[in-house]
Design a protein around this ligand. Structure first.
Ligand code: SAM
Length: 513
């Protein structure tokens, strides 16, 4: 991505998401429709189909895009900075994917802060993300009863800079629903961010629906208009919504949100990220064992160590030795990555795949080139996607990749190995698994499944909140688990330790209240 594209926040919206958003804003056949950051006009063309009678206005700051947009859309295209163009004009519908730029990259932020305070009486912090200015301005440009839908980075609901806009939204009571889109659905190719859709209607509402979207099907079926049920766990009346806390609490459906024990328990997604494994689109072509790789004469560059099946992993700590055992046992432990092809035999294998139709499955035919699997780095911890009584947790010390049989837990760069090992120890315990299971999907016959979004919303213990003495005790047990085949006894000890930590933290918090 060029610096200019980055500066202007040029991530473009896929048509299926545009449809969900435009459907909401055009429900009442608006006379006028605005896109404040139009790009190539995906919202405008979608709105033209869904609501041809709406007169369209679009802002686009980039003069290399604006003329084409003007030609293609037939909208009134204004080629300037939306945030500085103040008219008294109101719109019946506003739909927008604004630029997401952190405050350092918002060049005119001092001027914006001043004009927003003068015009709207909103005091914004200097750390405000670009998109928040867009959202606020649009709220003030909605006509009475008008509808607006924005794609926003989910972080604005949880970061300090979002407080001012949340206060505004709560005082006006204009938010109808907010749908959190699991980061797995990756709405934008180059942006690794969790997004949310904010559905606004310019009339007072009783409460907000907090919706979790975990799959493409859920996204496509999303109808923010379906009636909120008062006792639905994710519907909250405005009287119970606190604009000053992190709103991720409201998406979980948990009652105590973990905030009552000093942040010791927090949603997975607040300090690490659970992502699904690599989906090849054709495991029979991409997953290979050592004998196949050898007989095909493949170079090491195209054979990436990778676990294809969860039952192959029978130890909680997966080391280089464990990998070697699987390799010698003939398990499929290599992922073919054709981008590393350098020998004729590598290219020959790609040709064989094409003859056999490996390039024609849904995933491979949508990938360029088809033989390049996703580039997900190895995850330090794996969680099995399907489970029965115990959820399989594996510490991946071998740095091996994984297919979709496991979800991977990824950590922020500054997370220490000790913190990773402590979280792993915690996840092995019955106390942790019981809490995780609250977010499971039951498939009948005792079979449970987790989607990454289910886990990202589940509460776990944040290792950073554990004192030094207990950290040492846990890490000693970790070493034992790594070196012993019978781990039950160690897991019992860990369970006692973690229960003690959780209970003592609760007592401390209670006595401080
Ligand atoms: C995230 S893209 C979205 C484009 C399009 N609406 C879509 O969803 O595909 C944001 C667009 O806003 C434009 N933009 C950035 N800053 C702007 C500003 N201050 N005023 C108007 N447009 C702006 C960018 O050039 C970019 O095309």
């Amino acid at each position: 991505m060029t610096d200019r594209k980055k500066e202007l926040g040029q991530f473009f919206t896929a048509r299926d998401i545009a449809s969900v958003m435009v459907k909401w804003v055009t429900k009442n056949k608006p006379g006028t429709l605005l896109d404040p950051a139009a790009g190539y006009g995906v919202f405008l063309s979608t709105a033209k189909q869904m609501s041809p009678e709406s007169a369209q206005t679009a802002y686009e700051i980039d003069s290399s895009i604006a003329p084409a947009l003007r030609n293609d859309s037939g909208a009134r295209v204004i080629n300037c900075d939306y945030l500085t163009d103040f008219f008294a004009e109101k719109y019946d519908a506003i739909v927008c994917n604004p630029p997401y730029n952190r405050f350092q990259n918002v060049k005119n932020r001092k001027a914006y802060i001043k004009s927003f305070a003068d015009k709207y009486g909103v005091k914004l912090s200097g750390y405000t993300n670009h998109c928040v200015y867009f959202l606020i301005k649009s709220i003030f440009e909605l006509s009475a009863g008008g509808r607006c839908c924005y794609i926003m980075p989910y972080e604005f609901l949880n970061n300090g800079y979002g407080a001012a806009v949340k206060q505004l939204l709560c005082s006006l009571k204009v938010v109808h629903s907010i749908a959190k889109i699991d980061s797995e659905l990756s709405l934008f190719d180059d942006a690794i961010t969790t997004s949310c859709l904010v559905f606004i209607e310019n009339k007072p509402h009783d409460g907000i629906r907090f919706i979790n979207i975990c799959s493409k099907d859920e996204l496509n079926a999303l109808d923010a208009d379906s009636r909120p049920v008062a006792d639905e766990p994710h519907y909250l009346p405005y009287s119970e919504i606190d604009p000053d806390i992190k709103w991720n609490a409201y998406f979980s459906g948990e009652e105590s949100y973990g905030e009552d024990n000093n942040g010791l328990m927090a949603p997975f997604g607040s300090f690490c990220r659970v992502s699904r494994g690599i989906a090849t689109g054709c495991n029979s072509f991409f997953a290979l064992n050592a004998a196949q790789a050898e007989s095909l004469g493949l170079s090491p560059e195209v054979c990436v160590p990778c676990i294809a099946k969860s039952p192959d992993v029978t130890v909680p700590v997966f080391t280089d030795e464990a990998f070697e055992k699987l390799r010698l046992a003939g398990k499929k432990v290599f992922l073919f990555d054709g981008t590393g092809a350098r020998l004729d035999s590598d290219l020959e294998y790609i040709r064989t795949g094409e003859e056999q139709g490996a390039d024609k499955t849904y995933l491979t035919s949508h990938r360029d080139p088809w033989y390049a699997p996703e580039k997900r780095p190895p995850a330090p911890i794996w969680i099995s996607v399907f489970s029965r009584d115990k959820i399989k947790i594996v510490r991946n010390e071998a740095g091996v990749k994984n297919l979709t049989t496991f979800h991977g837990i990824y950590f922020k760069d500054d997370t220490s190995e000790d913190d990773i090992n402590i979280l792993f120890c915690y996840l092995l315990t019955p106390v942790a698994q019981e809490l995780l299971r609250k977010n499971r999907r039951e498939y009948g016959d005792g079979l449970d499944k987790f989607e990454p979004g289910d886990l990202n919303n589940a509460f776990v213990l944040n290792p950073k909140h554990i004192d030094m003495l207990r950290r040492r005790q846990i890490l000693n047990i970790y070493k034992e688990i790594k070196n012993n085949s019978d781990t039950d006894n160690y897991i019992r000890r860990l369970n006692d330790l973690f229960l003690e930590i959780i209970c003592s933290e609760r007592l401390t918090v209670k006595s401080a209240v």
